[in-house]
Design a protein around this ligand. Structure first.
Ligand SMILES: Nc1ncnc2c1ncn2[C@@H]1O[C@H](COP(=O)(O)OP(=O)(O)O)[C@@H](O)[C@H]1O
Ligand SMILES: N[C@@H](CCC(=O)OP(=O)(O)O)C(=O)O
Length: 374
């Protein structure tokens, strides 16, 4: 095991940075380290990698700005600190990335947003649009409207959900330890670093059970759970020490640092398996003979022009069945338009979508990554 190809080949990464690391253990925002990570992320971007950052630290930065020495016990005080600190956090990210001429965008999400299908799809479109124009989204929880996350301090899960959302190749979790150890290294001097495992390996649970540091809240257990969540969309996870010199650069080179947790299956395989196993469909698209032929060739998207009729009531992102003119099912997949919109653009070339609907979200009725031939 001399190098890690996964990191060398990655095209889209989510990088999650925890509070303990970002705020130098509560001594205010660690601008020096932040600048060094930004330099390395700018190199990744120059190398063609799309990056989303999940940044914790709002509460810690807010406490520092407000001169609060101890983490407040009241939730509304934590929320106030997060609101103050979020300003400092995004200002710093923005200023550092501007040195490289890279724009950033603030995205505040809740777990609920990601379990609501419509919001999930809207979030996904926004993130994709930002990545398409070379902007780095800086994501944190929306601590003003939810409290579970600040109580449990679970930006690790948010990182994994974002990795699912943007279909990242990998999730990098930068933390204050060198990686996942077989026991909590703060309590056991002889703890050994785990280099590589399958994320699903049940032996990892006992290793990660040691609780969190003083500032971060999730500990290794939430990082392990995050890796399993990320694995569901085929993403690998690396848990690694954010203070290792040139950490992101070295990971990109394929250096064996931190802990690599691997998914059981590839990104597209994971997605296709999920689609194939999803029995409930919301509607039906009838395809002309040309579209049937093209889909059967494999690896192709379904365009509106090949659809002759649309039945059922479905929303963008829901599962529909694709049938030939005799009603035989050919494929199923996640449709890019609501039923009424799909009806309006059926049989039309993709260039007409804007004229018919007044906007265009996707050229395809169903993208090939979201389509399974049956
Ligand atoms: N097996 C383990 N390996 C590494 N760290 C562990 C382990 N078990 C518990 N920990 C603790 O998890 C902490 C990191 O989690 P956390 O404090 O939530 O950081 P972050 O703010 O980066 O999310 C470490 O400082 C360490 O004390
Ligand atoms: N969203 C909050 C809390 C998130 C949090 O503590 O997460 P982490 O440090 O990654 O375990 C914040 O930005 O302070």
């Amino acid at each position: 095991m001399s190098e890690r190809v996964q990191l060398r080949q990655a095209k889209r990464l989510v990088i999650k940075i925890g509070s303990a690391l970002l705020t130098n253990d509560g001594k205010g925002l660690d601008e020096v380290s932040l600048g060094l990570w930004v330099d390395q992320i700018a190199d990744l971007v120059a190398d063609g990698v799309e990056v989303v950052i999940v940044s914790s630290g709002a509460v810690a930065v807010g406490m520092n700005r407000l001169g609060w020495l101890r983490r407040p016990g009241q939730l509304h005080e934590l929320q106030a600190a997060a609101a103050v600190g979020q300003m400092g956090l995004v200002q710093s990210w923005e200023a550092q990335f501007m040195r490289h001429g890279i724009h950033t965008a603030q995205i505040l999400l809740t777990h609920d947003d990601l379990s609501d299908r419509k919001r999930y799809l809207n979030g996904r479109s926004t993130l994709r649009a930002l990545l398409d124009v070379g902007v780095i989204p800086i994501v944190n929880e929306n601590d003003t409207v939810v409290t579970d996350e600040i109580r449990f301090g679970d930006n690790d899960t948010l990182g994994a959900l974002v990795a699912n959302l943007v279909e990242a190749d990998g999730l990098l979790i930068l933390t204050d330890q060198l990686g996942l150890f077989n026991r909590d290294p703060r309590k056991h001097a002889d703890a050994e670093l785990v280099a590589e495992r399958m994320a699903s390996d049940p032996e990892l649970d006992a290793m990660a059970g040691g609780g969190a540091g003083t500032l971060g809240r999730g500990g290794m257990m939430t990082k392990l759970r995050a890796s399993r969540l990320a694995a569901r969309s085929g993403a690998f996870t690396v848990i690694v020490g954010g203070r290792i010199e040139k950490v992101i650069y070295r990971l990109r080179q394929g250096d064996v640092i931190g802990t690599l947790l691997l998914p059981d299956q590839s990104r597209v395989a994971a997605r296709k398996q999920w689609i194939a196993g999803h029995l409930q469909t919301r509607g039906r698209l009838t395809l002309d003979a040309g579209a049937v032929r093209v889909l059967r060739l494999g690896g192709r998207s379904l365009l509106p022009v090949g659809v002759t009729s649309v039945s059922g009531r479905f929303r963008r992102g829901e599962m529909v069945s694709c049938v030939d003119e005799s009603g035989r099912e050919i494929a199923r997949g996640l449709v890019n338009y609501d039923a009424d919109e799909a009806r309006a653009i059926a049989g039309r070339s993709s260039q007409c979508i804007n004229d018919v609907l007044g906007y265009i979200s996707d050229e395809e009725m169903i993208h090939r990554d979201n389509l399974v031939i049956v």
